[in-house]
Design a protein around this ligand. Sequence first.
Ligand SMILES: Nc1nc2c(ncn2[C@@H]2O[C@H](COP(=O)(O)OP(=O)(O)OP(=O)(O)O)[C@@H](O)[C@H]2O)c(=O)[nH]1
Ligand SMILES: [Mg+2]
Length: 404
Amino acid sequence: MKFVDEAPIRVEAGKGGNGCLSFRREKYIPRGGPDGGDGGDGGSVFLEGDASLNTLVDYRFTRNFRAETGQGGQGRNMTGRKGEDLILKVPVGTSAIDMETDEILADITEAGQQVMVARGGWHGLGNTRFKSSVNQAPRQTSPGQEGESREIKLELKVLADVGMLGLPNAGKSTFIRSVSSATPKVADYPFTTLVPSLGVVRLQRHRSFVIADIPGLIEGASEGAGLGIRFLKHLTRNRVLLHTIDMAPWDDITPAEAATSIVRELEKFSPTLVQRERWLVLNKLDMVPEEEREARCQSVIDALGWEGPVYRVSAINGEGTEQLCHDLMMRLETMKEEEEANPELAEIEHQTQLAMQEEARQRIEELRLAYRAKKAGKTLEDEDDSDDDDWNEDDYDVEVEYVK
Ligand SMILES: Nc1nc2c(ncn2[C@@H]2O[C@H](COP(=O)(O)OP(=O)(O)OP(=O)(O)O)[C@@H](O)[C@H]2O)c(=O)[nH]1
Ligand SMILES: [Mg+2]
């Protein structure tokens, strides 16, 4: 699942410093010549690729960027100081588009790569420059030029780092609402979320990650029940899965049963996906009387034989969610650092993703064939049987792209 993170910003390069009008004035040198220095160039604005960033969320908070103006020239032929360039750090993969002309100004494909998006104004010339054999005392100077300014749109295709997994109604969308600025629909009935959506969780400047809300999964999904498994495919690209469990369900299913049923479905879908890093998120604890909480949480942990991370939260009032997001951020950063230090790990990750996607593809293909066979059988039995099954092949291979 890709989504396009966008941020419109305004960049303004610095104006060039003006040239100076000045004559040498010294004792005993009655008619000193011109000595007005040139101005300094205005600073330019650059984009620079930064591997540690993965969203454009920071650019939603500050939108105007201005590089420094060049200083004016001075007497004694002193050149003005150049305005400082402004370097805007962006994630690798960012493109910058001029909003007026639709021209692509920059495609940042590597860390450290710099591309200018607004050129600083040229410096003005001091009067010294205008001296000639016929004009020994020019009074002419030139002004510094304006810097370029542009409205640009930054665009980045992002992949979710974290994926939500759980039964319908577990509180996945509520969680995303509470930790990001995304606002997926929340309601007290199953299958509220029908298509995946993404939210950006921003901890602080330059630290953010992307989380995917996918529709709930139910028992039998791998055989096509509910919304089926079509959306599980998206989870194959996430680094950490949050298995969310409703600890105060309305129906008869216990949290422990709910938890194990999801794992069974995952196993059927992709044995590699089930091995992925998964964290348990025990949700809606505000609904459980305090004295029962620990036993209920333990029942889920025991049922799963769980040894991984466990978080006890209440998505609706944000209890425990901050710590969870903090730990997720740390974990994602560590993974990235480890992969940078050891390219072998990155290759293993790549192969794992390919394996999961292949398993997903096969599983979906099996379902497709089963569906076709069923449909063919039906047609033989009864020519008029209307096709009430809502299998739509397009649903299975779509790469959903979200523009926010
Ligand atoms: N009391 C309480 N209610 C919650 C909590 N989290 C979610 N809910 C409620 O549970 C219901 C379902 O929440 P959603 O966020 O829509 O659940 P979901 O997992 O996204 O469900 P689907 O989209 O259907 O898969 C809503 O009525 C929420 O208000 C919580 O921590 N405490
Ligand atoms: Mg939902």
